[in-house]
Design a protein around this ligand. Structure first.
Ligand code: PGA
Length: 232
């Protein structure tokens, strides 16, 4: 496997299922990036694959009932965190400022952010997809000492819908993202996310501008994820 595969399990799997998931993934000996629910992070710690949070809070500690800080996540061995996933932005009203604060906290706590960006269907139809993504990246990264970061391009209209952009559209946006991020850091890796499955992963991973994928629904079956990794 030459490219990155990150699995976003979202709010899925029971405790028994997650233990089985871990067993199957560890047996594969593949260095995936796995993002389970927070409650499973300790249980899922592994020296085979890398542990990723789906979210965190940017204050280190204090009176923030119900939140988990990046400092705490780092303490239990979390190496990566998704930041600004579209479900956080759209369902939980996470703002550009929240995303920016979270990136800062990740940097301070040695967690590699996987910054999720992407336009809605309306934004694409109105011809502003590139502007939206540029703004999401600039507001998240400007005035920061970016040591390392991964960007996940996830068009909102493609997440969980089975619809993906054309290969040309993916390439155009990934190259655009690489140009913007070069202001902040050289050679930023860009993942594609949104309805990645066994029957489209080969075409997506063949694109030079794609450094990996972020898989949601199709990652819930660990055997399917392992099968997908053969095309990376
Ligand atoms: P999906 O989700 O693969 O189910 O479209 C991707 C994501 O939300 O990261």
């Amino acid at each position: 496997m030459n490219k990155i595969i990150a699995a976003n399990l979202k709010m899925n799997l029971s405790y028994d299922e997650i233990k089985e998931y871990k067993k199957v993934i560890e047996n594969s000996n593949i260095n995936f990036i796995i993002a389970p629910s927070n409650i499973y992070l300790s249980e899922m710690n592994s020296n085979i694959y890398s542990l990723c949070a789906q979210n965190g809070y940017y204050k280190d500690d204090g009176a923030y009932t119900g939140e988990v800080s990046f400092k705490q996540l780092s303490n239990i061995g979390v190496k990566y965190s998704l930041i600004g996933h579209s479900e956080r932005r759209h369902i939980f009203n996470e703002t550009l400022e929240d995303v920016s604060n979270k990136i800062t906290s990740c940097i301070e706590n040695n967690i590699m952010p996987i910054l999720c960006v992407g336009e809605t269907k309306d934004e694409r139809d109105n011809g502003i997809a590139f502007d939206v993504v540029t703004n999401q990246i600039d507001t998240a990264l400007s005035n920061k000492n970016i040591k390392d970061i991964i960007i996940a391009y996830e068009p909102v209209w493609s997440i969980g819908t089975g619809v993906i952009p054309t290969m040309n559209d993916i390439s155009l946006m990934h190259n655009h993202i690489k140009t913007i991020t070069s202001k902040y850091k050289d050679d930023v890796k860009v993942l594609y996310g949104g309805s990645v499955k066994l029957d489209n992963i080969e075409d997506i991973s063949k694109l030079d501008s794609v450094d990996g994928v972020l898989v949601g629904g199709a990652s819930l079956d660990p055997n399917n994820l392992i099968e997908m990794s053969k095309y990376m």
